[in-house]
Design a protein around this ligand. Sequence first.
Ligand code: AGP
Length: 607
Amino acid sequence: MCGIIGFTGKLEAKNILLEGLASLEYRGYDSAGISLFDNGKIRTIKTAGKVTNLVDKAESSGDITSTCGIGHTRWATHGGVTDTNAHPHAHGKVTLIHNGIIENYHELEVELATAGRYPISQTDTEMVAMLIDSLYTGNAIDAIREAIKRIEGAYAFCILFADEPEVIYCIRNASPLVACHANDGSIIASDMVALIPYSKDYFVLPEHHIARLTKDDIVVMNLEKEVVVPKMIHVNWDVTAAQKGGYPHFMLKEIFEQPESIRSTILPRIIKGDLPDFTVDRIPNEIFEKVNRVIITACGTAMHAGLVGKAMLEKLLRIPVEVDIASEFRYQDPIIDKNTLVITISQSGETADTLASLRLAKELGATTLSVVNVKGSTIDRESDYVLYTQAGPEIAVASTKAYTAQLSCLYLIAFKFALIRGTITEAQCGAYMKELKAVIPAIEKTLTLDKTVEEISRGLADTEDLFFIGRGLDYALSCEGSIKLKEISYIHSEAYAAGELKHGTLSLVTEGVPVIALATQAKVYSKMISNIREVRARGAIVILITNGDAEVEATLYDYHIALPAMNDFFTPFSSAIVLQLLAYYTCVHRGFDVDQPRNLAKAVTVE
Ligand code: AGP
């Protein structure tokens, strides 16, 4: 997620901006830049790479005396990681930074071109700088008001107008902006970790309100230009606590970031008519046309995402899809030819086994398409094509938002693939895409089950062994639930295909053994109820997860979690939220290290 900082006041601005960007690095980025009023002129310094590169570039840019400027760390969505694509972007009188995604930037680009205005970068953001400058006739607020009527998407903008030195204008929609005024001046940022060194009292800029920052004050007005007084918030956090956004652990913060991370992953790939579009990702339709077989290979949670991807692809494409554990795949003699598409999935893009599998697939002539979160990672650089998860940096070792972002990408690939192959119509594809977008509010609703799940997890705190059971997609989610619980709470758990229990494992289900039963798939619901009866008859404690308020006898369970009702093709998203929360709270109740569990690393870069 991009980082934003703006300062205007009595102090020297350059270092405030650079230090602010450094404190926002944990948000993840791949380029950085600042713009400063320097003797009445706006100077911009920006670079691909880290904030340290920017500091070096600023140091070598000669003396800059400035008390007002804006700074940005970019997590690339549109356009590669280059100096030109780094923010700030300037056109005419306007210099601007942006966090978010402009959905209709194609339209804006065409319209601005007719007015003879052309971008120099590949970013959606630059269209906004061009648009505001095209509307500017001397009144900044009117130009901003007019421009946002034309913009669709999520945004947080900080804007400098050359005619108003020492003034910063800001406005947002969905993307975050917080601000405060202290003795030394006014400061605004994408999250309050950058404000803490200056004040522990801040406010959240209300959406669709314009903030005008000067060294003396911050004036906030609505779009009717009526001044409003935003609600102040006081915190007693240190910087690390602030990086967790007030959550006790990064894992919980990342669980609650999933509506935003899925929105950021899905929306840039949806064009008019709700159809999937990979233009931004530079993935040509042709790669899907000749494929007669798909292999998905990854490790751990990423491999579990692949199990869901397999179900999607086989259902919609009717071609064989296999999922291989990368550490196995790399030493098998896989059957691959030029008509095989190999999809590797990796949050870090550095997992040794997955990287080795990617290299083997390429050697054998496959086309490789990777689903990766970290841009510039080895798997990113070595894949033929990449569909990025826009989850932002995932700090906790246990993967949560990256997993659901991986699911999002796999659903997009399945819909796009099927549309190109003609196995679904545009109307069917549009309907699927609408349901995929509906996952976002469904996840927001599922997150409200947080306290219910915490209560249930108390009953697991003293457990040493438990089972996850499910059928179809619910079996894939059982695998994910099991690894989440094991890796942070250190409880031994197994995921079992529910129909397989009676072939041996049922002997381990005795009085008091917890069984987490996922029963969201309508087609096999009655079979799942039979399996639940089997474990219930042996004394199991049953935690039942259903799709909506499915009818089920109360004698069959101890706890029932009803997910928001939805097409059961999409329940993996909401089931994942519950399983992540269950693992999280069980670990907390057991008193272990949630974010850094024993023996594990965030990226397993060795065999
Ligand atoms: C997930 O909770 C684990 N930390 C682990 O299974 C992880 O998914 C696996 O190591 C793969 O990592 P990658 O996605 O970075 O390749």
